[in-house]
Design a protein around this ligand. Structure first.
Ligand SMILES: O=C(CO)[C@@H](O)[C@H](O)COP(=O)(O)O
Length: 220
């Protein structure tokens, strides 16, 4: 199955958001990746609820909301989750992962658990029936422009095998962090389904966005 592109909107300069969104619509990217950061779970603040509301006013591309916040289960109402949108919560961010997933599902969202680079995939075992996707961080969460943590590629392969062996081949794998022209083919070969496209691929203003999207598509 061909991969899906979810551009990381934290990488879009404010004065160019409209141009990027228009190009993404014309090139049918599947989602827009929204990094929400609270300065507690990660050492950065990024993209809040007002940004999400404003973005929804200018595009109908489904959102892929990545919550890098503590205790997300108590804040899900803030995001006006729309049917078919992905919402990912970090396994490491709350003792109440299942409750958060059930709430996302009750709002019509697609559920995703995000794992920091060092978190073993076995923690997913008892969450699998509640999951539509798994988000694997291939950099430490919080900042764009970082370099791939090399063992992240093995983790993608191991996660795909784990999901298939456990009888959940339908659960999608999303990869976030240094999804670069060099790394994309390796991530694809390892079993990635959704690609968070950031500063190392789509958001490089030396090349027209539509050209970059076409190049991205050719690699997945
Ligand atoms: O959100 C994060 C890390 O938390 C980033 O991974 C961005 O989502 C994409 O940026 P690049 O890694 O592609 O520069």
């Amino acid at each position: 199955m061909a991969g899906k592109i979810t551009p990381s909107m934290m990488c879009a300069p404010l004065d160019k958001i409209g141009c990027y969104v228009k190009a993404f619509e014309e090139n049918q990217v599947e989602y827009l990746h929204i990094d929400v950061m609270d300065g507690q779970f990660v050492p950065n603040l990024m993209l809040g609820t007002a940004y999400i509301s404003s973005l929804r006013k200018i595009t109908s591309i489904p959102l892929d909301i990545h919550l890098m916040i503590v205790n997300p289960e108590s804040k899900l109402d803030w995001f006006d989750i729309q049917p078919g949108e992905y919402v990912s919560i970090h396994y490491e961010s709350t003792p109440h992962v299942q409750r958060a997933l059930q709430t996302i599902k009750s709002k019509g969202g697609k559920t995703m658990v995000a794992l920091n680079p060092g978190t073993p995939i076995e923690v997913l075992r008892y969450l699998l029936p509640d999951l539509d996707g798994v988000l694997l961080m291939t950099v430490n969460p919080g900042f764009a422009g970082q370099k791939l943590i090399p063992q992240g590629l093995d983790k993608i392969r191991d996660t795909r095998k784990f999901l298939d062996d456990m009888g959940y081949p339908q659960i999608e794998i999303e990869v976030d962090g240094n999804v670069s022209w060099e790394n994309i083919p390796k991530m694809a070969a390892a079993g990635t389904d959704l690609y968070v496209a950031g500063t190392s691929s789509l958001f490089n203003d030396k090349v027209p966005v539509e050209e970059s999207v076409k190049r991205f598509r050719s690699l997945i």
